[in-house]
Design a binder for this molecule. Structure first.
Ligand code: ATP
Length: 270
């Protein structure tokens, strides 16, 4: 299924066990997204409406997209993935129409998860409606809100959205019946970082013991995406030295390189 030449339906293969840490977030998502999709009769019988929309918020690279993909996989639901900034930018004058078509597709493919990433691009309260581009964004948002309002809670489609900038979101988006369930996806704590290292190193050829606890302790402030990057870098360290396996030392070396790079970037900005 294609909307305006965009391939919006994906077949993710992410399981909950591929996600390091975020146990609490996974628990919440199972309750408010997976359960209504797999056991709608529970909600019907007891007489409550599950939330239509869930907002995932937190820093970049912490696993928001992964969570959305995993719940689709685990619920056996179709996964429709769009990036809000593309609604308005790619097809000037057609943002609202595209929103309508995407929702139509999600209904057709139900049970489905509709994941809208970077929602702040069309739902920021700082957008004033001066230029025609801003009016276009405004119309796109209006259409999105109308689509969500038009949904019946037990239609077999759940809408997930994500942002790094919850502080700029238009409160209209968060009103009851819209994205009224907020789930914070923070940077991983030490235990989470340790799990993320174990997941990625577990998929690589490693020789000897790796001190994942020590790595986690020295990785404060890194996201899941950063930690994955450290593991990939470690593989390059090994390859450069003509080895087909990674050692503890390689991973620490890679971590140091990644931390140095980050520090240089911070300095550049200040
Ligand atoms: P963005 O805000 O930049 O879209 P995001 O929060 O959606 O980020 P993801 O796209 O889910 O982040 O994560 C990027 C990549 O980092 C993932 O594909 C995965 O490889 C890795 N990653 C991030 N968080 C985790 C985690 N908790 N466990 C395992 N891998 C992770």
């Amino acid at each position: 299924p294609v909307v305006r030449g965009m391939e919006v339906e994906e077949k993710p293969n992410v399981r909950y066990t591929d996600i390091g840490g975020l146990e609490e977030q996974i628990g919440q998502i199972r309750e408010v997204v997976e359960l209504p999709l797999t056991r709608p009769e529970l909600f019907r019988e007891i007489g409550v409406d599950p939330p239509k929309g869930v907002l995932l918020y937190g820093p970049p690279g912490t696993g928001k997209t992964m969570l959305a993909k995993a719940v689709a996989t685990e619920s056996g639901a179709a996964f429709i993935h769009v990036i809000a900034s593309e609604f308005a930018q790619k097809f000037v004058g057609e943002g609202a129409k595209i929103v309508r078509e995407v929702f139509e597709l999600a209904r057709k493919r139900a049970p489905a998860i509709l994941f809208i990433d970077e929602i702040d691009a069309i739902a920021s309260k700082r957008i004033d409606v001066g230029t025609s581009g801003e009016r276009e964004i405004q119309r796109t948002l209006m259409q999105l809100l109308a689509e969500i309002d038009g949904f019946k809670p037990l239609e077999n489609v759940r809408i997930l959205t994500a942002t790094n900038r919850i502080d700029v979101l238009d409160p209209a988006l968060l009103r009851p019946g819209r994205f009224d369930r907020l789930i914070e996806v923070p940077l991983p704590d030490a235990a989470g970082r340790e799990k993320i290292y174990s997941i990625y190193l577990g998929r690589m050829k490693v020789k000897g013991e790796v001190d994942v606890k020590g790595l986690a302790a020295e990785s404060e402030g890194l996201s899941g995406a950063d930690i994955k990057n450290v593991c990939v870098e470690a593989a390059y360290v090994a390859i450069r030295e003509g080895r087909a396996y990674v050692t503890n030392q390689d991973v620490f070396k890679a971590l140091k390189a990644v931390l140095n790079k980050r520090e240089a970037k911070v300095k550049e900005r200040t």
